[in-house]
Design a protein around this ligand. Sequence first.
Ligand code: ACM
Ligand code: ZN
Length: 551
Amino acid sequence: MEKKYHLFLGINLLFTFICCSSPEVEVGTLDVIPQPYEVTQDTVEKPFVIDKNTVVYVPTRNESMKRIANFLISYVDELSGIKMSLVAKLPNKNAILLEVSEEVTEKEGYRMLVSTDLITIKGGSENGLFYAVQTLFKALPKVRGTEKLAAIPVGNVEDFPRFAYRGFMIDVGRHFFPVSYIKRMIDMMALHNINYFHWHLSEDQGWRIEIKKYPKLTEIGSTRDSTIIDSKTNKYDRMPHKGFYTQDEVREIVRYAADRFITVIPEIDMPGHMMAALASYPELGCTGGPYSVPCKFGVFKDVLCAGNDQTLQFCKDVLEEVMAIFPSEYIHIGGDECPKARWKECPKCQAKICKLELKTTLKHSKENQLQTYFMEEMEKFINAHGRKMMGWDEILEGGLTPNSTVMSWRGVKGGIEAARQHHPVIMTPIHFLYFSNPHWNKLKGVNSVKRVYGFDPVPAVLTSEEQAFILGTQACIWTEWTSDTVKMEWQALPRMAALSEIQWTDPKKKDFESFKKRLPDLLNKYALRGYGYRKDIHDTSIMEMPADSLK
Ligand code: ACM
Ligand code: ZN
């Protein structure tokens, strides 16, 4: 029987494909978010249609390859209700082949060839295959609940990321989020090709990870009596807030993320932001306390005593347990917002400054150099365990420790300075990538996304040799004013989509108008998964730009 196919250009650049004798077919688009490096699509050829006989084949049937295949199988089920099977032999049609191949030179890259009969995917590694599977999920339309079949247009995708480091940070110190929710956020990250989850695990307002050697950190430090809910009126909710992750739960999260090719970087913030630890072990502070877990936010004068060897040992003991749980190459030890008022008055800190013969110079105060001593002690310990130390840009203030990676948050200045000193840099400037900052990053309207999209992590003032030290970029959600999952998701989505194009897409391909056109397909996927994204992002009437919008 002769078949007739009609192609209709629908909204969102989707094509509807109708065959007179078979079910209606809806064809997606390979132009997904983040925009792949190169896409060619032939919308005239008969597309690859997923039906109940479509199968998946992986030549290497190890656990992780099977897991990648099973992600694809579950995504197709999510979208269409069709349960593809994983077969032992490659048929010559109606199959999706996934294999690691030396032909693809970029480790996280992949090449996808779609013909009417087969989809052949080659990855530079399993990571690349995982991103190809994300692309397929985003490229396929949702047909579940209809009589239609989902299809992919015939074409090619050649894809690999711009940056090796594509991060997202969540602060669970100010507000605790349970394991199940962290997994949901990890799924969101995976959908956007993010490969580092930076987990901010300790804060003034709460210590969130079980440390066996110091049980009071969670017995005392993981609970506060009340939380400020309005900084203008100083109103408190008068309800205890508590929560921590057991080491087994943390291992579960690390494994869950690793299955999705995401490395979890733990952060234990020191020597500032340590009030919860001081409330648990007051002898670690300069004054000896008493201290309590704060119920309000801000930067606190009480910090760890850097002149006390017992305090340094405490930090090393904590890091020892942390490194045993987290295989991450990077271990983040904060270093931000550590006022020096207590150190200036503390006999132990001053004695240490004398012993180390630290002198105030034009560039660095002696207390800032004491912080560098503290960070360097930690860095040596971390390096001795085969890991690398990461810290916020304040670690530049007393002089950088030899092997540190700098996370530039107070703008890009710290990142520029660190790159000029040939230190690796992650750009996460507050003015563009703090999704929880309502001053710089408005939550509503088109600008909430456009502002993120417009950020370029590689400063033009750097030479190309210096630019090579910019490993990548990250967005952060701090949770002082984010106590629930609704606000968390409004802040994250769809800004994470804009972030993913900064992190992944070739800058020559970045185009906000094209992004806006591709976004509705991704929003449909958010809706499918029940993610609570902002729905007002096309509202151009909400265009407020912060005063100093180019900072
Ligand atoms: C920070 O926002 N204090 C790193
Ligand atoms: Zn001290």
